[in-house]
Design a protein around this ligand. Structure first.
Ligand code: HEC
Length: 197
């Protein structure tokens, strides 16, 4: 599509034939690098603004650490750093852990990796239902209760669940403003997509 050739030429001015898969990946990578969500209340709190979290959120943070959530959900994205079994203390039922999806096992083929998944990063988690790899849990309250039960073997009280949820809400940052591009249109000579199967 000629429109794309022009855009690729502009984006990669030092290359004779810039329309390559490699450059297409670089362009997407450059765009994705802008998709950051800074200044969540929790970030502001860590930077020293003690009023950025309210009392309930502070209590939720304390519980998040004391109960052990932060042993798996840690680092800059509160997760995403390691893999863990989904169900350390207790195996969840098949509705949230369907038999067919064995997680890491599909990659490593190691028996110990059956039903092992990445500890989900919790930034912006309040905006991201449904939860877990199976996408079968639609409320954050249910997700928190389930985590506590299956990963830590503890049942949280209603107040503890609400406090933790209130803390998780403080992980919502400022979303990027995206201006949607008008994509080049096809011409009569543009080949139709061909899919080799
Ligand atoms: C043993 C490690 C471990 C502990 C402890 C743990 N989690 Fe998780 N958490 C995970 C893993 C692994 C996943 C991803 C599971 C999946 O994709 O099915 C996850 C997923 C989640 C999700 C869903 C996020 C999403 O985007 O789908 C939430 C919410 C969550 N954890 C909160 C908590 C809270 C709150 C606690 C403490 C009560 C906790 N976790 C304790 C490992 C842990």
């Amino acid at each position: 599509m000629p429109g794309y050739v022009v855009l690729f030429n502009n984006a990669f001015p030092n290359e004779a034939r810039p329309v390559t898969f490699e450059n297409f990946a670089k362009a997407i990578e450059a765009f994705e690098a802008t998709l950051i969500t800074p200044a969540a209340p929790f970030d502001q709190y860590l930077e020293g603004n003690t009023h950025a979290l309210d009392d309930q959120q502070k209590s939720g943070l304390a519980l998040f650490m004391a109960k052990g959530c932060s042993s798996c959900h840690n680092g800059i994205n509160l997760g995403g750093q390691a893999y863990f079994p989904f169900g350390v203390m207790k195996k969840p039922d098949a509705s949230v852990l369907p038999d067919a999806d064995k997680g890491r096992f599909a990659v490593t083929r190691a028996v110990g990796d059956e039903y092992v998944f990445r500890a989900a990063p919790l930034r912006n988690v309040a905006l991201r239902a449904p939860y877990f790899h199976s996408g079968q849990v639609w409320s954050l309250k249910q997700a928190v209760a389930l985590m506590s039960e299956i990963q830590l073997g503890t049942k949280l009280s209603d107040r503890e669940e609400n406090d933790i949820i209130s803390f998780l809400n403080s992980l919502t940052g400022r979303l990027p403003k995206i201006e949607y591009p008008i994509l080049p249109t096809r011409t009569n000579t543009t080949p139709k997509p061909s899919i080799d199967r």
